[in-house]
Design a protein around this ligand. Structure first.
Ligand code: 5RN
Length: 116
């Protein structure tokens, strides 16, 4: 439709974001880590990131390329792998999200090279 043609990047990133949310089956990445519940989180993670924050940035058109969106995705995953111990569900969810997200983002790059 017209909307997609006028703002192809926004449309591709929205589709990507929905696919990432669908894979976050334990809802580990859906919202910012609650600092009240996790008081030492900011001792380890200097730039928190999560899927709801990425969605807000998308709506505000803060991503100019697929690469910029990917940078926040990588930040979100690397924060998770830095904070959580390897023997936790959260850490495993981070590894799985990294694998599945990279596949989705690389495919979007191939399908829409002019948006990167
Ligand atoms: C994404 C992530 O690291 C977390 C998501 N929910 C959490 C709850 C406690 C500690 C870490 C987390």
């Amino acid at each position: 439709c017209l909307w997609f043609e006028l703002r192809p990047l926004e449309s591709v990133l929205r589709t990507l974001l929905e696919a990432l949310k669908a894979r976050d089956t334990n809802d580990v990445f859906g919202q910012p880590v609650n600092i009240k519940e996790v008081p030492d989180y900011l001792d380890i993670v200097s730039h928190p990131m999560d899927l709801s924050t990425m969605e807000a940035k998308l709506e505000r058109r803060e991503y100019e390329t697929i690469g910029a969106f990917e940078a926040d995705f990588n930040l979100m995953v690397n924060n998770c792998l830095a904070y959580n111990r390897k023997d936790t569900m959260f850490y495993r969810a981070g590894v799985r999200m990294r694998e599945q997200g990279n596949t989705l983002i690389e495919q979007a790059r191939k399908d829409y090279p002019d948006l990167d």
